[in-house]
Design a protein around this ligand. Sequence first.
Ligand code: SF4
Ligand code: SF4
Length: 468
Amino acid sequence: MKRELSNGCYDFIDDLYIENLVDETKENDIMVREIIAKSLNKEALTVEETAALLAVTNDDLLEEIYDAARTLKKNVYGNRIVIFAPLYTGNLCENDCKYCSFRRSSSETVRKTLSENELVKQVEALEDAGHKRLILVCGEHSKYTPEFIAKSVETVYSVKKGNGDIRRVNINAAPMDTEGYKIVKASGIGTYQIFQETYHHKTYSKYHPSNTLKGDYLYRLDGLTRAYEAGCDDVGIGALFGLYDWRFEVLAMVTHARFLMDKFGCGPHTVSFPRIRPSYGVTLEEKYLVSDADFKRLVAILRLAIPYTGMILTARETPEIRREIMEFGVSQIDAGTKLELGGYTSSREQEMRKEQFHIGDTREMDEIVQELLKNGYIPSFCTSCYRAGRTGEQFMEFAIPGFIEQFCTPNALLTLQEYLLDYGSPATVKAGDALIKKELARYSHTNREELVKKLNKTKSEGIHDLFF
Ligand code: SF4
Ligand code: SF4
């Protein structure tokens, strides 16, 4: 039965319908090729069309899906990969999610909320590594009010160490009421992320006890609708893969994206697809763990299903998996990631009683930047759209032909040049200079001359923060 909230939001996830699609959709190569063509034309797919892609088991047809995901990524996002870092500000939590070491019943977890001074130190360390974009993460607790989050954002923006500055702060936190979102929005945030974790109702109840805030499925599902209504039109959706059938979660995410698109004329800015990882005091159930092969399928299919949205691949995954999956549509990754509260100023190995989960890619920023360069990607620290007022148009790069040429590529090169100047190791500088040269040789947009001038100004005169 559909439940409804006072703001008119209803429960748009119909488990039975989605399960039937997963179970009953038959493999049909003619139809699949038509669907791929639609996606390559940058049209979002329906849930039923996505189910047709999920039904594919034939290896050749799967290869066609992977090829299409690669092509779409190139057409929509070019070869830049935007880099960010997560910053945990507090791990107190009133919820009791069974897969999380921060759950309230985990009495041995070391709890901490960063003081303002500690937050400043973390941001300085992140700036010293070359970061320009952060996502602030905290648990759901009465201490972490909208005012607390807004204040953290303001503190982050105020820190300037050397040539460092954080130019965009995103949020991953609990759902709020509309007043709460307005307070956080006013502090200058970018994306507000809420992951439903699992969209499957019964599984959701199993992992999120009903006597907790998070136990209310619909309040969480409605979280981003309230965010839009409060003026946050830049939102991120996600599911935690491994709690339930991954094919169900993919179809539910597509349903959510379509719901937002229908209601507000714009879908989610980003999609996240974290796979569950070991964490302190948690025994993982194996039944729904997603294999590497299925993970590759789900990423490629999500890319095709929601062509306009950014896709985030995090350091939960190992370097090998990140390397392999990146080409199927990923547009953002984190680098130099530390999950421990205060971890960016500590050189310790992961200490699981202090962290939410075990990470798979523990490499430092410079190593990741260098690898991206060697693999032909442009590591990008670009935040220009938010600062040039090109906001609220989530689909620019998707909708405007030439957007990548005009904005994403030159801004990626300019921010890379800044990184090389301020933070790059000699080997990274060498690889970066070579990549910039190569990119310039094939860059033909009318703003080429201006780009060359700006790059020279950064490199020779040390002028920072030039962008288009
Ligand atoms: Fe709290 Fe989030 Fe962990 Fe749930 S997943 S226990 S809400 S920190
Ligand atoms: Fe993102 Fe805009 Fe920069 Fe492209 S130009 S990377 S869309 S902020």
